[in-house]
Design a protein around this ligand. Structure first.
Ligand SMILES: Cc1ncc(COP(=O)(O)O)c(C=O)c1O
Length: 391
């Protein structure tokens, strides 16, 4: 049996063999834009020659992520959206079709429904809800033009669970790649490649982003050709990380398993508390045994993560009063997730606000929906803060 995630997260990727003439506890930050050869002939042998193409700090981070995902290749990007859009550009074009789990992070949703249809002729997307994901339904959606199956699980923002093995088996039979946005789970709670997915993409801005201070993205797969295509796109689109961000993110990954274990524990306590509050209409949390996604989540996840959403009853006035109390108890409402502090996002009025009502409704997003990224504070303090807001 190989090393555990805790060991891999600390040690993988940090040895550069002969390049290390001293042995620092952390790798240096290679801030140079360019790396040279001492003869034209040796130029072709260089691993690193221009920082937009690659940099040793990317390699440290990419090796850690490949190891944590049980994957062969990992490629870092400047943001999660850079990883996702590069993946889409590498696989999609005119007359292609995508089968996608609904809902999706709004940036990914806009790419699929607004940006790509403008760029590509006859570009189509079929959306699948958690309740629709039967083999028969999924097989029925496949067309000759289907070039990608894609979902995130748990999915942003209403937390449905998509069955990776079910989709992966169908995708493999039809020779279609399945990509999973694993941002909410992280490789500590879920390893999509182990369940048959072709690619896992993640926003590293979240749990690995050095406590909410860095942006980054990653794509992990066993497919060398796809990774090379992604590398080509990353280089030419210029959506590369910078060395300093890569260094900070890699350092943050060292403690990822330990932090995720604490996030998982805290979130279970908060979810139980919110489920007991009569003013709350519904709590969306994959670790709730009564939730529809629970049986699949329990199978494919080793922890239920730090994300949940809840909805409160009431009209505009009541909502406004509640939001004011939330701010008083927790500080400003924000987007993003995965930091040491708890983050509460007003879903409807923040990132999804520009979408037509019919589309947010199809995603289950209501005006009273709040998303919570549970932090590392004492969970009993957090329950008290929620209690104050819900008084
Ligand atoms: C599930 C999910 N995927 C992708 C992204 C995009 O990540 P980034 O902001 O790093 O581009 C986000 C951002 O919030 C997200 O929540």
């Amino acid at each position: 049996m190989g090393a555990s995630d805790k060991t891999k997260a600390v040690h993988t990727g940090e040895s550069f063999g002969k390049a290390w003439y001293i042995n620092p506890m952390h790798p240096p930050i290679w801030l140079s834009n360019t790396f040279g050869a001492d003869s034209p002939e040796r130029f072709a042998e260089l691993c690193y020659w221009y920082g937009r193409v690659s940099n040793p700090n990317f390699t440290v981070l990419e090796k850690k992520y490949a190891a944590l995902h049980d994957g062969k290749y990992a490629l870092s990007f400047s943001t999660g959206m850079a990883a996702i859009s590069s993946l889409f550009f590498s696989l999609l074009g005119n007359n292609t079709h995508v089968i996608a789990g609904q809902p999706l992070y709004c940036g990914t949703y806009d790419l699929l429904t607004r940006i790509l249809p403008k760029m590509f002729k006859k570009f189509r997307v079929s959306f699948v809800k958690e309740t629709e994901q039967s083999p028969k339904f999924l097989r029925g959606l496949i067309r000759r033009s289907t070039a990608l199956m894609y979902f995130s699980s748990p999915a942003n923002p209403t937390m449905p669970i998509f069955d990776i093995k079910l989709w992966a088996d169908i995708a493999a039979k039809a020779r279609i790649p399945l990509a999973v946005d694993n941002t909410f789970a992280t490789p500590i709670n879920q390893k999509p490649l182990d369940w048959g997915a072709s690619v896992a993409v993640e926003s590293l801005t979240k749990f690995s982003g050095d406590d909410g201070t860095r942006f980054g993205g990653i794509a992990v797969s066993d497919d060398r050709e796809l990774t090379e295509r992604l590398h080509y796109l990353r280089t030419h689109l210029g959506c590369t990380l910078d060395a300093e961000a890569a260094w900070h993110i890699a350092k943050s990954v060292r403690t990822l398993p330990t932090r995720i274990a604490a996030h998982n524990k805290n979130t279970a306590i908060i979810a139980e508390y919110l489920l007991s509050c009569p003013k709350i209409k519904r709590v969306l949390y994959p670790g709730n045994p009564r939730s529809s996604g629970y049986p699949v989540a329990k199978t494919q996840m080793s922890g239920f993560g730090s994300m949940l959403a809840f909805e409160i009853n009431g009209g505009h006035r009541k909502l406004r009063r509640f939001a004011k109390r939330l701010v008083k108890a927790f500080g400003p409402l924000c987007v993003s997730l995965g930091s040491s502090n708890t983050i509460i996002s007003p879903v409807y009025s923040s990132v999804y606000k520009d979408l037509p009502r019919s589309e947010t409704k199809a995603m289950g997003i209501t005006t009273g929906l709040f998303r919570v990224s549970v932090g590392l504070e004492d969970p009993h303090d957090l329950c008290k803060q929620f209690g104050d807001a819900l008084r």
